[in-house]
Design a protein around this ligand. Structure first.
Ligand code: FAD
Length: 656
């Protein structure tokens, strides 16, 4: 039996980005002894990279804004596939979460009369993004970390120990959720219900040491899956760990076909291809042009948005000064629309020299305004591409940015479906953004649902006091054996030559980029599923050399399991959904189909015991089911004009 360190906590939060930190603060404030565990250094999460801002209807810049308008914009952006209750909660609660950040010390940019400034962003009817230049995520994380230190200081005064009630384990990776109910964790008799969460199994990156954090409640806040695609704005941590951990624990994932390709990533040079160019560039007046110098977005306004967007450059430009009497520029359409338009321009041969299009602010604003409002973009282009954006246009193209699909959760409590004690918040959770997320809505999502996840996890843990689920030793042994497998992969009699985990990563990323990317075709997605099956077999021979102390090759080999699982979810769900909607565009089914409006696709592990070894790796590991979503509440539907609803809702939904 493996001997590993064990510690007892009430709530374990996996991930220290915005969602994880907000959840941890809430759980600790509600009395739960809380551990936060993160794969990278504390403070280095995707949230820190967020640039544009936090969407919240505070109405500071345009008093017509309200939670109802924010709700409407969010549903429109998601093409009405959003879990409407989540969209309602986000729109309602985001302003309070921003003001709360301010009371914790966040320093937002201000309006002339001293209120928190808000900027325009794609799909938001009014200026709505509270921001700190183009470094909003950095301030958000700094503030949440500071609040954690404040709580730790309080604990020190009371208990003499800073980490008695809130402790951070950094550079530690969780590889399995543990559950009660025997070796497979599937629970006992039907009366006992499904296995309950009992803790997490993890390894320390530096030493390779294994350890277990025992807890009745675990919050997943691990972010997204972007590293499964070659061109991405995401960094090395985004290997879909939380998505895979949930699947392996028996919690289904929802709507994984919806992957957001942000329209503007850097197109050149190759070493930085995909790095994000914030939407604030367009929000602040930047325009997209093709190689003929044409502002092409006017040619790509879809019918559903026709009434809201300007038809001429003159009207679009007037909107920046007088938004009440003019319609907004089409550069500010939701991201899926802009990404498809850029893709089409490049395909038609009107792209920039390095396969993107041009994004220009240099002719639109004085140099000092650009440097003040977009400092990170100015430095990013100067240092990485030797381009001065105050004097010339940037070259940009679509980049994999965000996954709308994720763990199916209860809208109010963030509880993962089917696994008592498991919660999910932030990018790892599904449903909130429907088929396409609006910019700025992720940061509000982290704060609103991070808080809710921490709150309900703490309540659940309290209710479990005195009957904490036991940790099953055999599950620890299995988790340890699984993690050590790459060291003996080649000796275990797998037929075929040894494989290199790094090469497999690259092949997987290329396949997902080429075959399940921004424009999808049936034949290509089938090819992708074949490729994934081949990679699964080869991944079993991905051996590593050396020992467990800081061994990046080993970590890459372990990440493969997660990337293969989530990639299969994306490819299978994308093949199943025979329509185009938001972040899912089918060339063979190019239009949105109202019959799919209330259908969600759920991915679960084909082997319900959560084992992967038992499944033939050459066959699929994911089972797909369809689910009808709840009808939208009538008072929320009443916020829309009937003519608009007709474009989205099926006949019977309208009738009801
Ligand atoms: P993250 O912030 O990514 O945190 C994930 C955490 O989980 C990390 O601590 C990681 O180490 C940890 N983790 C992962 N796997 C494991 C594991 N197995 N074990 C232990 N720990 C693990 N959204 C907006 O709303 N506005 C913006 O302006 C904006 N700009 C963006 C700019 C960029 C460049 C990018 C990439 C994204 C941007 N987004 C923006 C999106 C937004 O930043 C992310 O969706 C959001 O930060 C995700 O937060 P999170 O808390 O869910 O995950």
């Amino acid at each position: 039996m493996s001997v590993v360190d064990r510690q007892e906590w009430d709530v374990v939060v996996v991930g220290a980005g915005g969602a994880g930190l907000r959840a941890a603060i809430e759980a600790r404030e509600r009395g739960a002894r809380t551990a936060v565990i993160c794969k990278s250094l504390f403070g280095k999460a995707h949230t820190v990279m967020a640039e544009g801002g936090i969407a919240a209807a505070m109405a500071n810049v345009n008093e017509r804004d309200s939670w109802q308008v924010h709700f409407r914009d969010t549903m429109r952006g998601g093409k009405f596939l959003n879990q409407w209750r989540m969209a309602e909660l986000l729109a309602h609660e985001a302003p309070d979460r921003v003001w709360e950040l301010e009371t914790w010390g966040a320093l937002f940019d201000r309006t002339k009369d001293g209120r928190i400034s808000q900027r325009n962003f794609g799909g938001h009817e009014y200026p709505r993004l509270a921001h700190v230049g183009d470094r909003t995520g950095l301030e958000l994380i700094r503030t949440l970390q500071q609040e954690i230190v404040v709580l730790q200081q309080e604990d020190f005064e009371e208990t003499g120990e800073y980490e008695s009630r809130l402790k951070v384990f950094q550079e530690c990776t969780v590889t399995r959720i543990l559950k009660d109910g025997g070796p497979s964790g599937t629970g006992g008799t039907p009366a006992e219900g499904p296995g309950r969460v009992s803790g997490v199994f993890a390894y320390e990156r530096e030493s390779g040491r294994f350890f277990v954090l025992e807890a009745p409640a675990v919050v997943l806040a691990t972010g997204g899956i972007g590293k499964s695609f070659k061109v991405t704005s995401n960094s090395w941590e985004y290997t879909g760990d939380g998505h895979a951990l949930a699947l392996l624990a028996g919690a289904p994932l929802m709507n994984m076909e919806f992957v957001q390709f942000h329209p503007t990533g850097m197109a050149w040079p190759p070493s930085v291809k995909g790095i994000l160019v914030t939407e604030s560039v367009r929000g602040d007046g930047g325009v997209l042009m093709n190689s003929e110098g044409k502002r092409f977005m006017f040619d790509y306004i879809p019918d559903v948005f026709k009434e809201k967007y300007a038809e001429s450059e003159e009207e679009a430009d007037r909107w920046y000064e007088d938004p009440d009497n003019n319609r907004r520029p089409p550069e500010l359409l939701p991201r899926d629309e802009v990404a498809r338009a850029i893709n089409a321009e490049v395909k038609e041969g009107r792209g920039s020299p390095h396969g993107g299009v041009f994004l220009d602010v240099s002719t639109r604003m004085p140099a000092e305004v650009i440097r003040r409002r977009l400092p990170s973009m100015y430095h990013q282009f100067k240092e990485l591409a030797d381009v001065d954006i105050t004097a010339e246009a940037m070259e940009v193209g679509p980049t994999c940015h965000y996954v709308m699909g994720g763990v199916a959760v209860d809208s109010d409590t963030a509880a993962a479906r089917g696994v008592p004690g498991l919660y999910a918040a932030g990018e790892v959770a599904g449903g909130m953004h429907g088929s396409n997320r609006l910019g700025g809505n992720s940061l509000s999502d982290l704060l609103v649902f991070g808080r809710r996840a921490g709150w309900h996890a703490a309540e659940y843990a309290e209710a479990s006091a005195g009957r904490r689920p036991p940790v099953d030793d055999s599950q620890i042994d299995m988790a340890a054996a699984e993690a050590l497998r790459p060291f003996s992969a080649e000796r275990e009699g797998e037929a075929g030559p040894p494989e290199n985990a790094y090469t497999l990563h690259q092949e997987l990323q290329q396949a997902m980029n080429d075959l399940v990317g921004i424009i999808r075709r049936e034949g290509e997605m089938e090819q992708a599923l074949h490729k994934l099956a081949e990679l699964r077999v080869r991944a079993r021979r991905a051996g590593v050399e050396g020992h467990r102390q800081f061994n990046p090759g080993w970590h890459l080999a372990l990440d493969l399991r997660n990337m293969l699982l989530v990639s299969e979810c994306v490819a299978r769900a994308a093949l199943e959904r025979t329509e185009s909607r938001g972040g899912h565009t089918r060339e063979d089914h190019p239009t949105m189909d109202r019959a799919w409006r209330n259908v969600s696709l759920l991915c679960a592990l084909a082997d319900p015991t959560g084992g992967l070894a038992a499944t033939d790796p050459a066959r699929g590991q994911i089972r797909l089911t369809r689910e009808t979503t709840d009808p939208i509440r009538p008072d929320l539907l009443a916020l829309f004009e009937k003519e608009e609803l007709v474009k989205y809702l099926a006949e019977e939904e309208l009738y009801e």
